[in-house]
Design a protein around this ligand. Structure first.
Ligand code: FAD
Length: 270
């Protein structure tokens, strides 16, 4: 029987507050935040970034960080830069309140099934790293597409709930209050892509989150800022550099095969 592992050190927070918190903190430091403004192209002259074209016109800048999540490839491709990551879907259920689902209960994982659960607002939040993740060509989504419009598949979650019924019978019994999902990016080795692009000065990446971008974003942001300002990161970040993948051509079928393996083995179980 697969074991349930108690993850005492894992922590959680409301993910919706994170980006808003960073944006407010940046504004307090003088940054100008332009919500609902899409970058259509990074403008490159003589091998160096000079700005971006956006839905509000051109913005001049010597440094651009492509942190466009599921659209990272599209932003780079508009300037003929390739980046080896693919977009997948991740979904979870939040249950209705459950007696004794106290906030101080730990997160738990069932490693073999790649299922996790934690307390959430009087019930539980639980999700999976499925066997056959779907990958998306973001060019196929229209310009008006919003992640909220992503069609989610509850049957996949129910399939895994049945799989772990001996360990977590509550997943099948509790009512579902919320079905939530999004479009994280995956790489061939399960690590982020952070740092400068190879051939264009001033073009940086902060992407390839591999469904773990929330937890590591503060540290990566700080290190990338130092990399940009000082010319080098404070610690060796070459394992996250796009250079580790060589010059390409990174065929999509191979990239998807490797990314699917990384996704399913998120918890390291074989
Ligand atoms: C269901 C689910 C559960 C998750 N659980 C965890 C977890 O437990 N722990 C964890 O660490 N991570 C988790 N993640 C992953 C986490 O949410 C991602 O790692 C993180 O959001 C990725 O951050 P990002 O900045 O790369 O992309 P995003 O958060 O998607 O941000 C990209 C932003 O770029 C914007 N953008 C796109 N194109 C353009 C453009 N052309 N011009 C301007 N802006 C553009 C988008 O609108 C978006 O605001 C989970 C994700 C999902 C979906």
């Amino acid at each position: 029987m697969a074991a349930v592992i108690r993850i005492g050190d894992d922590m959680y927070f409301n993910p919706g507050q994170l980006a808003v918190g960073f944006a407010r903190a940046a504004q307090e430091k003088g940054a100008v935040v332009l919500p609902n403004t899409a970058v259509t192209r990074v403008v490159i002259e003589d091998g160096a970034v000079v700005g971006v074209d956006s839905t509000r016109g051109r913005i001049r800048a010597p440094v651009v960080v492509d942190a466009a999540g599921a659209w990272t490839r599209q932003v780079a491709k508009a300037s003929e830069i390739r980046v080896p990551l693919v977009t997948t879907a991740q979904q979870l259920f939040v249950t209705e309140p459950v007696p004794d689902a106290r906030a101080e209960l730990p997160m738990v994982r069932i490693m073999d099934a790649a299922v996790y659960m934690r307390p959430c607002d009087g019930g539980f939040l639980w999700g999976i790293y499925e066997e056959n993740p779907q990958f998306f060509d973001m060019d196929a989504f229209g310009a008006d597409f919003d992640v909220k419009d992503l069609s989610l598949d509850a049957d996949i979650l129910w399939h895994y709930a049945r799989d772990v019924e001996p360990q977590l019978p509550i997943l099948l019994r509790a009512g579902v209050r919320e079905h939530r999902g999004g479009l994280p990016t995956m790489t061939a080795d399960g690590q982020h892509i952070v740092g400068p692009a190879t051939a264009v000065r001033g073009f940086y990446f902060a992407s390839g989150c591999n469904v773990a971008g929330l937890s590591i974003a503060p540290a990566l942001g700080e290190m990338l800022a130092e990399w940009i300002v000082d010319g080098a990161p404070p610690i060796d970040l070459m394992p996250l550099s796009i250079r580790r993948f060589g010059a390409g051509p990174w065929p999509d079928d191979e990239l998807i095969r490797q990314a699917a393996w990384q996704y399913r083995h998120f918890y390291g179980a074989r």
